[in-house]
Design a protein around this ligand. Structure first.
Ligand code: IPE
Ligand code: IPE
Ligand code: MG
Length: 254
């Protein structure tokens, strides 16, 4: 049981609503992606300023591969642009960049830019910034189960000794250790669903769903979300006991 008094260590954001944001303004969907991508930098810096230790941004899901080629190609161009434009600033702030998801599906042109940037920022010890790209939580859990089963078959492990902590190490962000569990999930765009995001790691996260679409999400919205998180009572299935008071005199003297 833990009453929340500290900044959430791990914040995860489902950056949703780019397409609708653009369509409401009578623009093509990609206009929303362009604006949405330009928001990321300020949110990363604000998370760092607020004392968040790990920030995971859902950028492209396993299911998003079903989208039209033209839209996907804009998304990859925006990812490349973000990496080229922001690497220096991320480095200055000591941000470590990581990816989770099946990035082997990405085009080699994207990987040519992505891999070296990730590698150059990999030793940083500041904010752990993770992009979930080509990511699906079910796929992640399946992969972990397969890897774990292989270790059992090869007699490196015994199924009876499997613990939650032991299994977590097989998941995509197992290397985050104690930071892997998500404290706060924020989803923009008024949708109340998880869309296959960090199912294991968010088992006891707090959730904040906002009406505004991602291109309208500002640093102040992140600050407000953290403030609202700080007012929550995280009981983890326990009970919150009132503060201890000394017993009234007549009871103690009896
Ligand atoms: C989120 O915005 C970005 C991605 C999923 C890549 P959407 O593109 O899902 O925008 P809406 O939800 O259709 O408005
Ligand atoms: C979730 O948004 C994935 C990302 C924000 C990257 P979607 O727009 O793909 O999810 P659904 O279709 O609303 O569930
Ligand atoms: Mg969407």
């Amino acid at each position: 049981m833990k009453n929340v008094t500290k900044t959430p260590a791990h914040v995860a954001i489902i950056m949703d609503g780019n397409g609708r944001w653009a369509q409401r303004r009578h623009h093509p969907r990609i206009f929303g992606h362009i604006r949405g991508a330009s928001r990321i930098r300020d949110i990363v810096l604000e998370a760092d300023r607020l004392g968040v230790k790990a920030l995971t941004l859902y950028a492209f899901s396993t299911e998003n591969w079903e989208r039209p080629e033209a839209e996907k190609s804009v998304l990859w161009k925006l990812l490349i642009k973000f990496l080229k434009r922001e690497e220096a600033e991320l480095a200055r702030n000591g941000v470590r960049l990581r990816m989770i998801g099946d990035i082997d599906r990405l085009d080699s042109k994207v990987r040519e830019v992505l891999d070296p940037v990730v590698s150059r920022l990999s030793e940083n010890t500041g904010l752990q910034l993770t992009f979930a790209v080509s990511y699906g939580a079910r796929q992640e859990i399946l992969l972990a189960a397969k890897a774990y089963a292989r270790d059992c078959l090869e007699k490196r492990l015994c199924p009876d000794s499997l613990s939650e902590e032991g299994f977590s190490k097989y998941l995509a962000n197992g290397d985050l250790g104690p930071l892997a569990d998500v404290d706060l999930v924020i989803r923009t765009s008024g949708e109340f669903r998880i869309s296959n995001f960090l199912l294991w790691q968010s088992a006891y996260a707090e959730y904040i769903f906002l009406e505004k679409c991602w291109p309208d999400f500002l640093p102040v919205d992140l600050r407000n979300a953290v403030e609202s998180y700080l007012k929550r009572d995280r009981r983890f299935g326990g009970v919150t006991l009132p503060p201890l008071r000394s017993a009234p005199k007549e009871e103690t003297s009896a």
